[in-house]
Design a protein around this ligand. Structure first.
Ligand code: NAD
Ligand code: IPM
Ligand code: MG
Length: 361
């Protein structure tokens, strides 16, 4: 069966990490005869430089025609002064909304070999395995009206709208309940229902859904407490479900529990399981071009792609095993380096995964 995979390297470290992930994908494609056709396109700042817009029609058309997409990262100081409507980030947001990728899965798993790399005490994070389910196409990111206006007194006022309708809450809720059902059976819904009406509705709907999933134990937590609990006792969580902005923030915090944001992959899925896969981190302009970025989050995103969009579970398992083997061998990029391990570059880390994978296929 032929499947089309679109690679969108993007900006900053994006091209560096996506080319390591591409090596992994090509090796598996060849050795397991996965029938994947791999194409590339521009998004974000690189698309602005070439086409004047962050999401050119040619990229969107290719994305719509593909079976799965792998994205590196977008953005960087070069484009920070552009109008909001044409910033690189709009390219990513446009892909998410045009493809209706509302269900964002961000698993934070601590590889035991990295217990020392986390800034938290090993006993706090060892064995950590949590899943953040973030709503990705609604909330304050997309609510209208939005903008900056001038008031009668001449003051400028910025405004955004935090809005969720029942349908949007229900569909992300179902993704989270179903994930919890397959995992540890615990779901924590994170909101700000003590202040924001939109999240009062969110909480009501999660309670209604809970009746359909008797095997899942639902709890609620305010987002400020959730941020604190994530660093105090993260292992109390199994699945966390939350809105777009809270999920963005909490997943970066969760990333540090795993040692580095360079370890956190993600899947963004539509109703039918078509997906875009990307590391949770950004384009890291501070280290771009130095060849030191950690490619593992992107490589692990390929594993999620194989599992969720391509039903190639064996290939996905092999990638995760290879990553674990490489960590066992002591290879570390700078962000996860600790004494006694071997510091390697982005390309060396990619090569180490390829070499571990070659022994497994
Ligand atoms: N999905 C995306 O495309 C995405 C996500 C987040 C931020 N961004 C964009 O990226 C740009 C930079 O944002 P930021 O600095 O706030 O966040 P960032 O995630 O790019 O970087 C934060 C810190 O983490 C480090 N880091 C990130 N990824 C790493 C990796 N793979 N290996 C080692 N270290 C890594 C960076 O060096 C930096 O110190 C902005 O333009 C932002 O809008 C894009
Ligand atoms: C770049 C930005 C639009 C994006 C977000 O806020 O969703 C990023 O931070 C992420 O976590 O994927
Ligand atoms: Mg983010």
């Amino acid at each position: 069966m032929n499947r089309n995979i679109l690679l969108l390297p993007g900006d900053g470290i994006g091209p560096e990490i996506v080319s390591e992930a591409e090596k992994v994908l090509r090796l598996l494609n060849d050795s397991l005869s996965l029938g994947l056709t791999i194409d590339h396109a521009l998004v974000g700042g690189s698309a602005i430089d070439e086409h004047g817009v962050p999401l050119p029609d040619v990229t969107l058309d290719k994305a719509k025609a593909s079976d799965a997409i792998l994205l590196g990262a977008v953005g960087g100081p070069k484009w920070d002064d552009l109008d909001m409507a044409i910033r690189p980030e709009k390219g990513l947001l446009g892909l998410r909304s045009n493809l209706e990728l509302f269900g964002n899965l961000r698993p934070a798993i601590l590889y035991p070999q990295l217990a020392d790399a986390s800034t938290l005490k090993p006993e706090v994070v060892s064995g950590l395995d949590i899943l953040i389910v973030r709503e990705l196409t609604g909330g304050i990111y997309f609510g209208q009206p939005r903008g900056v206006r001038v008031l009668e007194n001449g003051d400028r006022e910025g405004y955004n709208t935090y809005v969720y309708n029942e349908t949007e809450i229900k569909r992300i809720g179902r993704v989270a309940f179903e994930a919890a059902q397959k995992r540890g059976g615990k779901l924590c819904s994170v909101d700000k229902a003590n202040v924001l009406e939109v999240t009062v509705l969110w909480r009501e709907i999660m309670d209604e859904l809970a009746k359909e999933y008797p095997g899942v134990e639902l709890s609620h937590m305010y987002v400020d407490n959730a941020a604190m609990q994530l660093v105090r006792a993260p292992k109390q969580f199994d699945v966390v479900v939350t809105g777009n902005m809270f999920g963005d923030i909490l997943s970066d915090a969760a990333a540090m529990l795993t040692g580095s944001i360079g370890m956190l992959p993600s899947a963004s899925l539509d109703e039918r399981g078509k997906g875009m896969y990307e590391p949770c981190h950004g384009s890291a302009p501070d280290i771009a071009g130095q060849g030191i970025a950690n490619p593992l989050a992107t490589i692990l995103s390929v594993a999620m792609m194989l599992r969720y969009s391509l039903a190639e579970n064996k290939a996905a398992d092999l990638i995760e095993q290879a990553v674990s083997d490489v960590l066992d061998q002591g290879f570390r990029t700078a962000d996860i380096y600790s004494e006694g391990t071997t510091k390697v570059s982005t390309v060396d880390m990619g090569d180490a995964v390829i070499s571990a994978l070659s022994k497994l296929v």
